[in-house]
Design a protein around this ligand. Structure first.
Ligand code: ADP
Length: 325
């Protein structure tokens, strides 16, 4: 059956560029003769029937805005069979016959389950600052967050240099170290402590034993939030106990990393992926995430995007180590 009406929702953590993606999906769908409906508050709004018809004007003047005009939420109800049944009934009553879901790992997991249960065509777009989805080089929001981290840490460096201290700066990423590692390279940090390496070596001991601060008067280390790394607080506690000769300070960047106007890179990525989502539906593709690899659009089955851990590029670790002597 040919698709006539597409529903769009944003779900899970918000990310800069989600609005650019909503705009692209809406405009591309209308360009191709499809109707569009905006679903507010992610799966929560699908269950609560918060569905509104979208015209091209609904997405005017939003490409430059951070956050998501559709709002986002987490929904426990959607994790239950009963909740998904209500969601399906609301969707069909609104005449929606396909969905575009913009979100992270959890949102695409929900999409996969819903698509299988009700035979609904769903296309996923990777919207998360964490860059932790397999099968795409970048996710929507990652570049903006990386730039925000860079600007914040540049400022912290002024203080760090004046006081000759060791600074642990915690950045987001859930269980992925992309923001910490690439952020560290971008600010010229001493090191990055990331979950991907934490299971292999004691990165803190390595950092201290490699004689950091020998040639410098301050040190900045980016730490990925994660139980595996212990986070910046956990590491500072260890330094106090194990290496009390060092004066440590902790900064947790927090939600500042999620906000702000998206960079050109994120706007272009979101626009390309949003248009590709509609093309995919028109080509009868379903249950895939649209990603980008070597600057080309790719379609990745949900199962692959969600199940696999995206590996860190060891070359980046090497660059960081070589350049921080
Ligand atoms: P993100 O998409 O940023 O990873 P979450 O992990 O919070 O965010 O997931 C967003 C929403 O996706 C959840 O609140 C829930 O409604 C839905 N979801 C996540 N996992 C599942 C699941 N296993 N089954 C059904 N829905 C899920």
């Amino acid at each position: 059956m040919a698709i006539k009406c597409v529903g769009i929702l944003t779900s899970g953590g918000d990310a800069p560029g989600m609005n650019a993606a909503i705009r692209a999906v809406t405009r591309s769908a209308i360009f191709n003769g499809l109707k569009v409906k905006g679903i507010y508050r992610g799966y929560k709004g699908l269950v609560a029937n918060e569905i509104v018809p979208f015209k091209t004007q609904n997405v005017s003047n939003i490409i430059q805005q951070g956050g998501t005009i559709l709002k986002t939420a987490r929904s426990m109800e959607f994790k239950t069979k009963e909740g998904r049944k209500i969601a399906y009934e609301n969707m069909t009553a609104a005449g929606i016959d396909a969905l575009v879901v913009i979100g992270g790992d959890g949102s695409l997991t929900g999409a996969r389950i819903f698509a299988e249960e009700y035979n609904v065509p769903i296309i996923g777009l990777p919207g998360t600052i964490d860059n932790d989805l397999f099968g795409t080089d970048r996710t929507i929001g990652y570049d903006t967050a990386l730039n925000t981290i860079m600007e914040a840490v540049d400022k912290i460096r002024d203080t760090a240099t004046s006081h000759e201290r060791l600074f642990f700066i915690e950045v987001m990423g859930r269980d992925a170290g992309f923001l910490a590692l690439n952020g560290a390279i971008a600010v010229g940090a001493e090191d990055a402590i990331i979950p991907e390496m934490a299971t292999e070596v004691d990165q803190l001991a390595e950092l201290i034993e490699n004689g950091f601060r020998k040639s410098k008067n301050s040190s900045i280390v980016l730490v990925a939030e994660s139980e595996t790394t212990g986070g910046a607080m956990g590491l500072a506690e260890r330094v106090k106990n194990e290496y009390p000769q060092y004066d440590v300070r902790v900064t947790i960047l927090g939600h500042i990393q999620r906000g702000g106007s998206p960079t050109a890179t994120d706007r272009i990525l979101a626009s390309r992926l949003g248009n590709a989502a509609i093309e995919a539906l028109l080509e009868d593709q379903r249950n895939v995430m649209v990603g980008i690899e070597n600057d080309k659009i790719v379609y990745v089955p949900f199962a692959r995007a969600i199940k696999n851990d995206k590996p860190i590029d060891r070359e980046l670790l090497n660059v960081l180590r070589v350049l921080s002597i």
